[in-house]
Design a protein around this ligand. Structure first.
Ligand SMILES: O=P(O)(O)OC[C@@H](O)[C@@H](O)c1c[nH]c2ccccc12
Length: 378
């Protein structure tokens, strides 16, 4: 997997500690860049180009210093309360990985372990440089954040991000007869502000082709690429396939990952939806600069337990600072009827992300009015 830290000559000459760390720690894709000097602050501005980003260096991150001092990627993640481990062995078989690390501890960890391998295969098929070039040539992004804000104002109920989702590991196949473009068009016609397209194949039966098809069919709603991002390659790829926004999951990504990925998103004009599930993740994310959109997932991706009061608990505690920062909050998962929507609206969300309760119905477009108790206007 693409990593500047993999460059041992650079490390050995500049950072003896890092070289030693590299010898005993997996190479983190999450800290995929390393500097030759340490004093330069992060900069992001008009001088940055996509090419420059590809060579980019994040110099002063605590995580990087820790890594140089011999802490493994998983130790650094654990110190931030992250329970999901990375195997960082994208070219090994899962059998070899499990022999070393034991079985994945939960479904999210399993998804991430598979994703690391899948992304390495993606790199091999389409090198980063090519994907960056395609992303640079893609038609411009549409304003995901702005669409949500406008729809909330227009309708007086949380803006809808309607999800194009065939299946999930917790609920199995949701819709046998699944036509992503038809579903997307029906959502758009019935007032969805934005759409979310699942791209994970193995667990959600989604695909990047679905994302591309929806975009090419002329759907105007901004599109969220719903992916388990572990590597910047996926972000460029998502953009090249037509995404306007991308999901970043705080349960999986360290603060440095999120900071770095946010910067790439900014360069590409993508909106990042940062997903949190618990108190610790919310606190971490609120300390990261440049966050515009936070999703509170009512479903634990580790246990699948859904609890809509999670949105209220986190907003009761952090609502003030969130409003102060102008961050929009999306209530995610387990919303089925107008009472559920009203409950998360009262808790303070400006948007909702809904899949199952729409996609399972015969007519997913008409299901929108049922979910809100009224028709939404475009
Ligand atoms: O189908 P539901 O319960 O309405 O949930 C939609 C969405 O919130 C859910 O699909 C989701 C939220 N965060 C995720 C992260 C990965 C995969 C899926 C998700």
């Amino acid at each position: 997997m693409e990593s500047l830290l993999a460059s041992t000559s650079l490390r050995a000459s500049s950072f003896p500690a890092a070289a030693a760390a590299a010898a005993r720690s997996p190479v983190p894709s999450r800290v995929a860049t390393l500097a030759t000097t340490r004093a330069r602050p992060l900069c992001c501005g008009p001088k940055d180009t996509i090419e420059a980003l590809a060579r980019d260096e994040m110099l002063n991150a605590v995580e990087l210093v820790q890594w140089e001092n011999g802490k493994s990627v998983n130790d650094i993640a654990a110190s931030q309360g992250i329970r999901i481990r990375r195997h960082c062995r994208p070219n090994s078989s899962m059998k070899a990985i499990e022999e070393e690390m034991g079985e994945p501890r939960n479904i999210l960890e399993k998804i991430i372990w598979d994703k690391e391998i899948e992304v390495a295969e993606g790199h091999a098929k389409k090198p980063l440089k090519e994907v960056i070039e395609s992303a640079g040539k893609a038609p411009p992004t549409r304003d995901f954040y702005g669409s949500l804000k406008a729809a909330y104002r227009r309708n007086g109920v949380p803006a809808l991000i309607a999800e194009v989702k065939k299946a999930s590991p917790s609920r199995g196949v949701l819709r046998e007869n699944f036509n992503p473009v038809e579903i997307a068009q029906a959502y758009e016609k019935n007032g969805a502000a934005c759409l979310s397209i699942l791209t994970d194949e193995k667990y959600f039966q989604g695909s990047f082709e679905n994302l591309q098809k929806v975009r090419n069919a002329g759907v105007k709603c901004p599109l969220l690429c719903k992916e388990f991002v572990v590597d910047k390659w996926q972000i460029y790829y998502a953009r090249s396939m037509g995404a306007d926004a991308i999901l970043l999951i705080a349960a999986v990504l360290t603060d440095l990952d999120i900071t770095y990925f946010l910067r790439i998103c900014k360069e590409l004009g993508l909106t990042a939806l940062i997903e949190v599930h618990d108190e610790r993740e919310m606190e971490r994310v609120l300390n990261i600069n440049g966050v515009q959109l936070i999703g509170i997932n009512n479903r634990s991706l580790e246990t699948f337990v859904v609890d809509t009061s999670n949105t209220k608990t986190l907003l009761d505690k952090h609502g003030d600072i969130i409003r102060e920062k102008g961050i929009l909050v999306v209530g995610e998962s387990g919303l089925f009827n107008p009472d559920d929507v009203a409950y998360v609206q009262n808790a303070g969300v400006s948007a909702v992300l809904v899949g199952e309760s729409l996609v399972k119905q015969e007519d997913p477009g008409r299901a929108i009015a049922g979910l809100f108790g009224k028709e939404l206007s475009q």
